[in-house]
Ligand binder design. Structure first.
Ligand SMILES: Nc1ncnc2c1ncn2[C@@H]1O[C@H](COP(=O)(O)OP(=O)(O)OP(=O)(O)O)[C@@H](O)[C@H]1O
Ligand SMILES: [Mg+2]
Length: 231
C-alpha cells in the first residue's frame, strides 16, 4: 500500500476546548488510485487529508507511507518526504502574488536543491502541461482564478510527486475552468500513474474517482468503489 492510516484520531486543543475532529479512522490507498473524500462541512475531510500528507500529526494512530511509519520521521525527514513525494493543490492557492508564475512553480525544486538547469527544464514542462507557458513571467497576482489554480497544479507536479493531495481544487472556479482543472488532475492520474487524493463537495467530481470515502462526524461512514471510474 502506498498510504495506509491505522486507527487515526485527531483532537484539536484550542482556547481550552478539546474537539475530536477524527475518530478511529482506517484508510488504505493503493499506488495509482484516485480517491475522493466527501462529507459535510466539518466532518473531518481536510483533517484526514492533512494527516495522510504528514502536514499534521495524529493524536492517536499511525500513517504509513510505502510501508514506513511516518511518526518515526524527524521534522526534517517529513519535510523531505512532502517535498519529494507529495504535491499539494488547495482551494486557497497559497501563491506568492508578487512573485512571477515561474518563481511560484519552482519553489519545491529550490527547496529540494535541484540544479538550475533541471529547474528550468522541469518548470517549463510543468507550465506547458497546464497551458501557461505564455504566462511564465507574469506576476501571480495578475492571473485569473483558473490560471492561479493551474499554477498550483504546475507547482504540485513539477517535482514529479507520487501522490497529489487536492483539497477542494475546483471549489473557487467557475464550472468551465473547474472542468479543465479536473481534467488535468485526472490526466496526471491516468497518464503518469500519480495517486490522487481529492477532498471535494462536488458529487460529480467524486463520481469520477475510483473510490469515494464518505465522512461524518470524524468517522468514515461509507466507502463506495466505482464500477467504471473512467471519465
Ligand atoms: N485548528 C483547529 N482547531 C480547532 N478545531 C479545528 C481545527 N481545525 C479543524 N477543526 C475542527 O475540526 C472539525 C473538522 O474540520 P475539517 O477542517 O477537517 O472539516 P472539513 O470536513 O474539511 O470541512 P469543510 O468541508 O468545511 O472544509 C471541524 O469541526 C473544525 O471546526
Ligand atoms: Mg476542509
Amino acid at each position: 500500500m502506498m498510504l495506509e492510516a491505522k486507527d487515526l484520531s485527531k483532537t484539536y486543543f484550542s482556547d481550552g476546548v478539546d474537539y475530536q475532529a477524527l475518530r478511529n479512522v482506517d484508510v488504505t490507498i493503493a499506488k495509482g488510485e484516485c480517491i475522493a473524500i466527501v462529507g459535510k462541512s466539518g466532518s473531518g475531510k481536510s483533517t484526514l487529508m492533512h494527516l495522510l500528507a504528514c502536514l499534521d500529526a495524529p493524536t492517536d494512530g499511525t500513517v504509513y507511507f510505502d510501508g514506513g511509519d511516518t511518526s518515526s520521521l524527524t521534522e526534517k525527514q517529513k519535510n523531505k518526504l512532502r517535498n519529494e513525494k507529495f504535491g499539494f493543490v488547495f482551494q486557497q492557492f497559497f501563491l506568492n502574488g508578487r512573485d512571477t508564475v515561474l518563481e511560484n512553480v519552482v519553489l519545491p525544486m529550490r527547496i529540494r536543491g535541484s540544479s538550475n538547469s533541471r529547474i528550468a527544464a522541469d518548470a517549463a514542462d510543468a507550465l506547458d502541461s497546464v497551458g501557461l507557458a505564455d504566462k511564465t513571467h507574469k506576476k501571480a497576482k495578475d492571473l485569473s482564478g483558473g490560471e492561479k489554480q493551474r499554477v498550483c497544479i504546475a507547482r504540485a507536479i513539477v517535482g514529479r510527486p507520487q501522490v497529489i493531495f487536492a483539497d477542494e481544487p475546483t471549489g473557487n472556479l467557475d464550472s468551465h475552468t473547474g472542468a479543465a482543472v479536473e481534467e488535468m488532475l485526472f490526466g496526471l492520474n491516468r497518464n503518469n500513474g500519480i495517486t490522487l487524493v481529492i477532498v471535494t463537495h462536488d458529487d460529480e467530481l467524486a463520481q469520477k474517482c475510483d473510490r469515494i470515502i464518505e465522512m461524518k462526524d470524524g468517522r468514515i461512514v461509507a466507502e463506495h468503489k466505482q464500477e467504471s471510474a473512467a471519465l
